[in-house]
Design a protein around this ligand. Structure first.
Ligand code: HEC
Ligand code: HEC
Ligand code: HEC
Ligand code: HEC
Ligand code: HEC
Ligand code: HEC
Ligand code: HEC
Length: 259
């Protein structure tokens, strides 16, 4: 009872304080209770126009976002982000009222896969939309999620995505490892912490590495072989000239400076 009285007294003091400050006695005081946080800097100009994004009952509508963002040419022309033209919802990846980092949030492959599967299920058989959404996936909507996996930690849905369709330009292996990037890579980062490279004594280099075009031209005879001081080698014998540390670290020569 004593505790409750104390609490009531504290509340009365707080209320008195609040009502004595004119600026928070007004509408913004009440708005603070329904406003979950300040808008991002980019959308700050909409501070006075909540309906820019909100529709009273339905909540946030992607159509409002799209009406302002439909002409993002750079976004739509870039292979990894071209999916924006047909994805239809936004808040899964772009948060508002959570500062600038929330709005520019990192890629969420799981959300993309879930959205894609949902849109695909809705699209009528044989429709253009169906074709569009099926391009997001390498293994078909009903395809086995375990296809090609080597026990890596992608979620089953994310594992269905066609990594190559969006990340072709990031293929460090120049096609040598095929298009199933997801069988070795997670979606969170390209590096693979548990991977260890074959030792420098390996003679299998050419199984995993492709020589640059210069190695198949006169340059190989005239420069590469002379620099390495190895007269009898064919291009596929990388290990005779190269180290595993860097392609410019030439055996018994050291770091080769192109300039
Ligand atoms: C640039 C677009 C944008 C503007 C402008 C905007 N909001 Fe939001 N708001 C959002 C998004 C996005 C969410 C998260 C919705 C979700 O997670 O489904 C949200 C969520 C909310 C929520 C949580 C409840 C809900 O509907 O999910 C409230 C309350 C809210 N906003 C109030 C406001 C008020 C008040 C204003 C005007 C000062 C405002 N918002 C202006 C985009 C906006
Ligand atoms: C009334 C028009 C309008 C609406 C509605 C709107 N935006 Fe924006 N948005 C803008 C403008 C203007 C910018 C700033 C563009 C710039 O700086 O190039 C912006 C910036 C952005 C950015 C880039 C942020 C950055 O830091 O670079 C994202 C992402 C974004 N909006 C997503 C959304 C999403 C998601 C919604 C719906 C919830 C939405 N927008 C609603 C006009 C709008
Ligand atoms: C599956 C996640 C995902 C969904 C869904 C999504 N986006 Fe994006 N969006 C991204 C990513 C990732 C980027 C690139 C961010 C970067 O490079 O900083 C991006 C970039 C943007 C940009 C450009 C930001 C800039 O800095 O120029 C805008 C604008 C944008 N999105 C708007 C939207 C709108 C509008 C929708 C809804 C139709 C939407 N996004 C749906 C993930 C998503
Ligand atoms: C529909 C397009 C799309 C598909 C499919 C896709 N990604 Fe991505 N991915 C993106 C976008 C967008 C980004 C954000 C970076 C950017 O804009 O280039 C990204 C980022 C990444 C990153 C970098 C993460 C970081 O923060 O540095 C990795 C790793 C990645 N993806 C792996 C994969 C793998 C593995 C698959 C297949 C299982 C896959 N992605 C499928 C669009 C896609
Ligand atoms: C057979 C397995 C395998 C496949 C398939 C594969 N990779 Fe890799 N990739 C690796 C290994 C192993 C590394 C070295 C990882 C490390 O050093 O942490 C690597 C490294 C990379 C890196 C550099 C990481 C860094 O920042 O150092 C990128 C980018 C990359 N791969 C992209 C791709 C893309 C895109 C695809 C699909 C077209 C793909 N990979 C397919 C095994 C694979
Ligand atoms: C089983 C496959 C495999 C074999 C065999 C292999 N490598 Fe690699 N190596 C990789 C992968 C995967 C990467 C990381 C992705 C990338 O950078 O291409 C890598 C990276 C490298 C790099 C670093 C490239 C950079 O720019 O950072 C060098 C140098 C290299 N390997 C040299 C060699 C040499 C020399 C041999 C033979 C003695 C060899 N590798 C054998 C798979 C292999
Ligand atoms: C006879 C020795 C020799 C052999 C065999 C050889 N290289 Fe080279 N390679 C060199 C030398 C020397 C350089 C640096 C000077 C130059 O560009 O010729 C070089 C440069 C490179 C570079 C860097 C090119 C650049 O533009 O930075 C790569 C990558 C490379 N080699 C990969 C390979 C691979 C992969 C193989 C095997 C499939 C291979 N090399 C076989 C001697 C060799």
């Amino acid at each position: 009872m004593k505790k409750l009285l104390g609490l009531l007294a504290a509340l009365a003091v707080m209320l008195a304080l609040v009502m004595s400050v004119p600026s928070i006695r007004t509408a913004s005081f009440w708005q603070a209770f329904v406003e979950p946080g300040p808008l991002s800097t980019a959308h700050g100009f909409l501070q006075g126009d909540c309906s820019g994004c909100h529709v009273s009952i339905e909540g946030v509508q992607a159509a409002r976002c799209i009406s302002c963002h439909a002409n993002e040419t750079a976004l739509l022309q870039r292979q990894p982000t071209a999916f924006h033209s047909s994805i239809e919802t936004c808040v899964e990846c772009h948060r508002e009222h959570e500062g600038d980092a929330g709005l520019r949030s990192a890629m969420d492959h799981q959300a993309l896969a879930t959205l894609g599967l949902r849109l695909l299920a809705r699209a009528p058989e044989g429709s253009e939309a169906r074709l569009l959404y099926s391009h997001l996936f390498a293994h078909g909507p009903a395809g086995s999620a375990s296809a090609g996996t080597a026990g890596f930690a992608n979620t089953p849905q994310a594992q269905l995505l066609d990594c190559y369709g969006c990340h072709q330009s990031r293929d460090r292996h120049e096609g040598q490892f095929g298009r199933e990037c997801g069988s070795c890579h997670r979606t969170a980062q390209w590096t693979i912490p548990e991977y260890s490279h074959p030792p420098p004594s390996s003679t299998d280099c050419a199984q995993c590495h492709r020589a640059p075009p210069s190695h198949y031209m006169g340059h190989f005879e005239m420069v590469s072989k002379r620099v390495a001081g190895v007269e009898h080698a064919n291009v596929e014998q990388c290990y005779l000239c190269h180290q595993t540390t860097s392609w410019n670290d030439i055996k018994s020569v050291g770091l080769y400076d192109h300039h």
